[in-house]
Design a protein around this ligand. Structure first.
Ligand code: SF4
Ligand code: SF4
Length: 338
């Protein structure tokens, strides 16, 4: 396990962070075993959010007695002052702690949302107040638009950013990571498997590891998953492997989808999931979770080719800030069922 100084935050963080988002899907006992095993084996960064169902409660129930052993990061999805203040208090109560090390303004993808959070009556003020009261040690931000995040951090109001970085979404490497390094910020990469689509798993985790971000958040729900993630980063990435990973990321990232979710589809196709998995699917096939997604959505994906209102001009493509050819990629995905 690599440890590094978390930018200007200064904490010595483990390169693997425990993503607690899916803990609600297993028993309290299993969740507690996974969290405690992680702490016992060197993981000292726990990532959760007020929005992750009862994840904060599970953390409070199972590891709050070991509070001094980990850096605790949570998030508020509220945008206004009063709701954010209330949510921060609720997070502390649920996690049975007096303070969190990091509070992130959660999932900010639109300019208007960012403005709202940063206004005098916005969530950022609630975070600042909580910081002054010792309830929050640092303030960060998370989102799916690396280009916007690069702009938003320039004023120095945040200490950390949580962003996507994986073999199929290497986009943060272009501007965001260099900017964060320049500002000496905490860099936390999430979704190394892009939500369960990317394989091989060990190679997938090694890509963000090769980028020397401070922490890679991987969602885990069992001791076995913690062991698998730890094993994947047991050895450092050498120059030759890093070069191979960069080539693979360049290939798998050609869909260019940032998962900003600006697009929508009237027949209910989950466009970013299809876009992001498109190249991986062709090259390696999918993990069981990814295959399950394609089987569940077969009818919808196949219906794209016949959807009359999109024949002249695809409705989804008019909403994409990157002008991506989503219709073509969705229709190519139909080949998966052949
Ligand atoms: S082109 Fe296909 S994916 Fe896009 S909105 Fe139309 S039906 Fe949905
Ligand atoms: S296809 Fe475009 S609009 Fe849709 S999630 Fe991807 S980048 Fe965003």
């Amino acid at each position: 396990m690599r440890y590094s100084t978390f930018g200007k935050i200064g904490y010595n963080v483990s390169s693997l962070g425990f993503g607690a988002m899916n803990l609600h899907s297993v028993s309290l006992e299993q969740a507690g075993d996974a969290l405690n095993y992680a702490l016992d084996h060197g993981i000292n960064y726990i990532d959760t959010a007020a929005a992750y169902k009862n994840s904060e409660v599970i953390i409070g129930e199972t590891i709050s007695h070991r509070r001094s052993e980990y850096f605790l990061a949570t998030k508020t999805g509220k945008r206004d002052y009063a709701s954010a203040k209330e949510e921060i208090e609720r997070s502390l109560e649920r996690m049975k702690t007096d303070y969190v090390d990091l509070l992130q303004i959660h999932y900010v993808n639109y300019v208007d949302e960012f403005k709202q959070a940063m206004e005098p009556d916005g969530a950022y003020r609630a975070a600042l107040e909580a910081k002054a009261a010792g309830k929050v040690r640092h303030i960060g931000i998370s989102g799916h638009r690396p280009d916007l995040l690069t702009r938003w951090i320039a004023k120095g109001q945040f200490d950390q950013v949580l962003f996507h970085l994986n073999l199929a979404q290497p986009f943060a490497g272009r501007e965001l990571i260099p900017k964060m390094r320049e500002l000496d910020m905490g860099m936390v990469a999430m979704k190394p498997l892009s939500g369960g689509f990317i394989q091989p798993v060990d190679t997938a985790i090694r890509y963000p590891y090769s980028k020397n971000v401070h922490v890679i958040i991987s969602g885990m729900v069992s001791v076995e998953e913690v062991k698998m993630n730890l094993a994947a980063i047991e050895e450092e990435v050498g120059a030759a492997e890093a070069e191979q990973l960069d080539l693979l990321a360049a290939e798998l990232g050609t869909h260019n989808c940032r998962r900003c979710n600006y697009c929508s589809c009237p027949v209910g196709i989950q466009i970013p999931d299809v876009m992001i998995s498109s190249r991986v699917r062709e090259k390696f096939g999918l993990l069981p979770k990814g295959d399950g997604f394609y089987q569940r959505n077969k009818e919808k994906i196949l219906s794209c080719a016949d959807y009359e209102p999109c024949k002249e001009q695809p409705l989804c493509q008019q909403l994409c800030p990157y002008q991506l050819p989503m219709q073509r990629i969705i229709q190519e995905a139909a080949g998966y069922y052949a």
